[in-house]
Write a protein that binds this ligand. Structure first.
Ligand code: F6R
Length: 606
């Protein structure tokens, strides 16, 4: 989604802003711009398209100064265009604003501002903000911003500069992330940490409603009433190289290969030496008190939730529902204080999931967040947080964040089962020990890469594919299908094996590619019947099996055999080859793997 950077110090602000915007490219954008103090004037340059277009513009116009703001925009209100790009300015160009989020009442604000004589150049919701600030400006930009934001409904992270008060940045956060990077004789703002990592690891996390006044030598933070807030910077432990490709052609491939480590780090955060899973913040009474669980998430995180439901019910015997966050919030869910709501979100910023968290809390449910981003909105609003340790995930298609979400689900199910004594310790130990071995197992799964590359060459020219599975394999198939369509743009659908003959089998014809996941010995014969049904109708069938089920599937066109694991854990081992399949199919097609069309990394709009 949109990205914000801001700088004030002694260096060339334009260069720092462009570098920061580059590091935020992964968020997805369709235009970019900067506004910089050049001498006594603010110069604003913005351009539709990729950053290289903006760079070319900046070569034509000299934009040099020591303070400025920059933005990458992902269109919501108004088409991608030069005019709709940020920064937006007051009519005289003296106030410039970058904004992430959505101003919900912008139409009424436009009417009000027009009645006062303001004119609008763009179709955006954002343009009301510089006009509002201008309306209140009386020699103090902080006061004007404070008054202006009191009119705004919606979500906004803002960076503001004002020509009359040079070398000062104003930053505001409300339901959209914004951090301040604290340097030596220089300070930064950014919507995401990687933009400041080349310069500092000391970061102030703004809370909703806070406004910061930033100069090169000072950071002063105020609440929405203008009262000073005492806050110290926190040190973040992300390395710069973690945010780079590390020799792989794409971030996605790098991140697929990082999964053994990501899984190990996530396991280590909660369990050591085969001991019980630890979960701070849950007292014994709370854990045994939950009568029901509801998991709320979107996209890939929702798929992790589907696996979580099955595992929690199997191990901990707590009835569990899974809801798409975008449905949950509008379906009047039955929630009370005997319920646990688990919100899964890699970014911790997904608007619908965040709204689900707020609704659950309002109704008295206990909220556990499972997220990969420390300081994210969801992590801050939940009652308890399980951080996954995937590290920064740059590629838009989620891979290591997903497998660490699965690990979080297993660990939580084990924790519940241990606390509620629903299974014998020896039964739980079997799952726990295999889970602890997962990093090594994933190393051997990654050795299938050569085979998957070969398979991808056979099928990459297809326009449609179907995924099949039963039980947990069905959930794994759903994620495999999503990954494929996201980055290869091949149409694909997933069906539970038993559902085929209730309609979808009508789609099968000579050469149709059907990918079946079959890892469960108990039901692989049933799966094999489904495979035979489609083979008989001409399908090209590829089976992802494991050592114990491969022998069952003799009539398929191709088979990939994964290492054997406990049947409960197979969604983790199936995820990796299916990610590799999506990757190599998209690679053969020459697609923009890390930045698929129409998608954004963090979906902060509803
Ligand atoms: C798919 C993908 C998306 C996200 C979804 C939720 O690869 O990344 O489907 O899973 O947008 O995002 P988070 O987990 O950030 O809430």
């Amino acid at each position: 989604m949109c990205g914000i950077v801001g700088y004030t110090g002694n260096k060339n602000a334009t260069e720092i802003l462009m570098k920061g915007l580059k590091s935020l490219e992964y968020r997805g954008y369709d235009s970019a711009g900067v506004a910089v103090f050049t001498g006594s004037k603010i110069k604003t340059v913005k351009e539709k398209g990729r950053l290289k277009n903006l760079k070319a513009m900046l070569l034509e116009t000299s934009v040099e100064g020591n303070t400025g703001i920059g933005h990458t925009r992902w269109a919501t209100h108004g088409v991608p265009s030069d005019i709709n790009s940020h920064p937006h300015t007051s009519e005289d160009g003296k106030i410039a604003v970058v904004h992430n989020g959505i101003i919900e009442n912008y139409e009424e604000l436009r009417v009000m501002l027009k009645s006062k004589g303001y004119t609008f150049k763009s179709e955006t919701d954002t343009e009301v903000i510089p006009h509002l600030i201008d309306m209140y400006y009386d020699g103090d930009v902080f006061c004007a911003v404070k008054k202006a934001v009191s009119h705004l409904d919606g979500s906004y992270a803002l960076g503001v500069i004002c020509e009359n008060e040079p070398d000062k940045l104003i930053a505001v956060r409300n339901r959209s992330p914004l951090i301040i990077g604290a340097g030596e004789g220089e300070n930064f703002i950014a919507s995401d940490i990687p933009a400041v990592l080349p310069y500092t690891r000391n970061v102030f996390f703004l809370d909703d409603g806070e406004i910061a006044v930033i100069t090169k030598g000072s950071v002063n933070i105020y609440d929405s009433d203008g009262q000073a807030v005492e806050k110290l910077p926190e040190t973040v432990n992300l390395s710069e190289t973690a945010a780079q490709k590390g020799g792989y052609e794409h971030f996605m491939l790098k991140e697929i290969h990082e999964q053994p480590k990501a899984v190990a780090d996530t396991l280590r955060s909660r369990i050591s030496n085969g001991k019980n899973v630890k979960f701070d913040g849950f007292d014994a009474e709370t854990v045994t008190g939950f009568e029901k669980i509801c998991i709320v998430a979107c996209g890939t995180a929702y798929h992790a939730g589907l696996v979580g439901k099955m595992v929690i019910e199997k191990l901990a015997k707590v009835p569990t529902d899974v809801e798409l966050a975008s449905e949950f919030r509008y379906n009047e869910p039955l929630l009370d204080n005997n319920m646990l709501v688990i919100a899964i979100s890699q970014s911790g910023e997904t608007a619908d999931t965040l709204a689900g968290v707020r609704l659950a809390k309002e109704k008295g449910a206990y909220v556990l967040a499972i997220t990969n981003v420390a300081g994210s909105s969801i992590s801050r609003e939940a009652d308890n947080v399980f951080y996954t340790y995937a590290g920064p995930e740059i590629s838009v298609a989620s891979t290591k964040a997903y497998t660490t979400q699965l690990v979080a689900m297993y660990l939580f199910a084990l924790f519940l089962a241990e606390s509620r004594k629903t299974l014998k310790p020896t039964e739980l130990d079997i799952v726990k020990n295999e889970l602890l071995n997962m990093p090594e197992t994933l190393e051997s799964v990654l050795e299938l890469e050569g085979e998957i590359k070969r398979l991808s060459k056979e099928i990459y020219k297809e326009t449609d594919m179907y995924f099949l599975g039963r039980g947990l394999d069905y959930k794994a198939a759903m994620e495999g299908s999503l990954k494929l369509k996201e980055i290869s743009y091949i149409h694909s659908e997933t069906y539970a094996g038993g559902e085929l003959k209730h309609g979808p089998i009508a789609l099968i014809e000579e050469g149709t590619v059907v990918i079946a996941i079959s890892t469960n010995k108990e039901i692989c014969a049933k799966m094999d019947s489904n495979i035979k049904e489609v083979t008989a109708r001409g399908a090209y069938t590829v089976v992802f099996a494991n050592e114990s089920t491969a022998t069952q599937h003799k009539e398929c066109s191709d088979i990939i055999t994964m290492p054997e694991v406990n049947p409960l854990l197979t969604p983790i081992t199936s995820a990796v080859p299916l990610q590799l399949l999506a990757y190599y199919v998209a690679y053969n097609k020459g697609e923009a793997i890390d930045k698929p069309r129409n998608l954004a990394k963090s979906v902060t709009v509803e």
